[in-house]
Design a protein around this ligand. Structure first.
Ligand code: PLP
Length: 373
């Protein structure tokens, strides 16, 4: 493995310092919850190792919601990031070939890169409304292709694949005897009732999910992977046991207790995201220097500077963070030009969100005309 730090992690707000950011539009999750928001009873928790797959009740509930038959088709992991590491490292070697969507959450690309496998990228385009064309995947398949990796709802664009598109990719994977990783971390942050987890549709699919994004619990580091493939699940369990044996007893207890209450949190979370999305839509209508394909799910939108508008993006981002105390996700976090930027609309209050958008406009003005507040 050849590890190197990813720009999205080096420059993340938690590494930069939350106290230096007033308008945090860089987050890809809803507002973080606090222990006091939850009704927990963990006072007498045993701090022992816990079942390596995760507690059966928790896995049974996740399996049921996903449309799967058995708790053993679910493995609790250290966040979705932990699941992605287990899957990629268990399936790929330097001799294998991967097909992966780009832009993407960086780990989906960087873990395979660290392994050194062959990679074909399926580059999503603004001009195609960020839609994934299954035909492009078909054209990229090679004799040594082992894994196809897609993300829906997609980060950073908010594109959501239709079931027909997903089924077309599943058919390809089945025909070529290839595994299909579907990163569904944003599934519960969809705008409409999501379809069952994609792992329920075929034995060749591995679904990944998490409590981080849709519920604002990234600090719990609790996610999961799901597959109907028994021997593959055994390999994933072996990988988990080698890396960290089991999840933390404390994290998993909080996660399971939260999971049983989650429905009561969702309406307020979704209302806030939808309100901010409306603010974003209205702002974009007036902001002629920027354009976007509005998201269909999740809590992020990938804007771009209008191709005709010339601006020094390095200076823009510098001013935006240093002077305007506003943070967004610049394009290079996603291997895209910095004229693209990701805006998270689920994290802040409407007031902070509006102010952050205003600061983006002011920073653009500032770079363009040397204008100063
Ligand atoms: C698509 C996607 N997958 C996985 C993750 C990792 O999430 P977690 O906090 O559950 O590890 C992220 C985080 O941004 C993400 O956007």
């Amino acid at each position: 493995m050849h590890y190197r730090r990813m720009p999205i992690e080096i420059e993340s707000p938690e590494e930069f310092g939350y106290d230096k950011v007033l308008y945090n539009l860089s987050e890809s999750s809803v507002t973080d919850l606090n222990m006091r928001d939850l009704s927990l009873s963990i006072g007498d928790l045993d701090l022992s190792y816990i079942p390596h797959r995760g507690h059966t009740e928790f896995r049974a509930a996740l399996a049921h919601e996903a449309g799967l038959q058995h708790p053993d088709q679910v493995l609790i992991t250290n966040g979705a990031a932990g699941a992605l590491f287990i899957i990629n490292s268990a399936l790929l070697t330097a001799d294998d070939h991967l097909i992966v969507v780009r832009p993407n959450y960086a780990t989906n690309i960087e873990v395979p890169r660290a392994i050194g496998c062959g990679i074909s990228f399926i580059d999503l385009k603004f001009e195609d409304k960020w839609r994934l064309d299954p035909q492009k995947i078909a054209e990229a398949i090679r004799p040594n292709t082992r894994l196809i990796s897609i993300t829906t709802p997609h980060n950073p664009t908010g594109m959501v694949m239709t079931l027909a598109e997903i089924d077309a990719v599943i058919a390809l994977a089945e025909r070529h005897n290839v595994f299909l990783l579907v990163d569904e971390t944003y599934r519960d942050a969809g705008f409409t009732t999501p379809y069952p987890a994609v792992a329920s549709r075929s034995k060749c699919v591995i679904s990944v999910g998490s409590l981080s994004k849709a519920y604002g619990l990234p600090g719990l580091r609790t996610g999961w992977l799901m597959t109907q493939h028994t021997t593959l699940m055994e390999t994933f369990l072996a990988a988990k046991e080698m890396i960290y044996i089991s999840n933390s007893a404390l994290d998993e207890a909080v996660a399971w207790q939260f999971y049983q209450q989650k429905e009561q949190f969702l309406p307020a979370i979704q209302q806030k995201s939808m309100q901010n999305l409306d603010i974003l839509r209205n702002w974009l209508e007036k902001e002629s220097r920027l354009e976007a394909i509005l998201p269909e799910g999740g809590v992020v939108c990938f804007l771009r500077v209008q191709p005709g508008f010339q601006v020094d993006m390095e200076r823009f981002y510098h001013l935006l963070t240093q002077e305007y105390k506003t943070m967004v996700g610049p394009g290079h976090w996603f291997e895209m030009p910095d004229t693209y930027m990701r805006i998270g609309f689920g994290f802040t209050s409407a007031e902070v969100f509006e102010k952050g958008l205003e600061c983006i406009g002011q920073a653009l003005q500032h770079v363009q005309h040397g204008w100063h507040r």
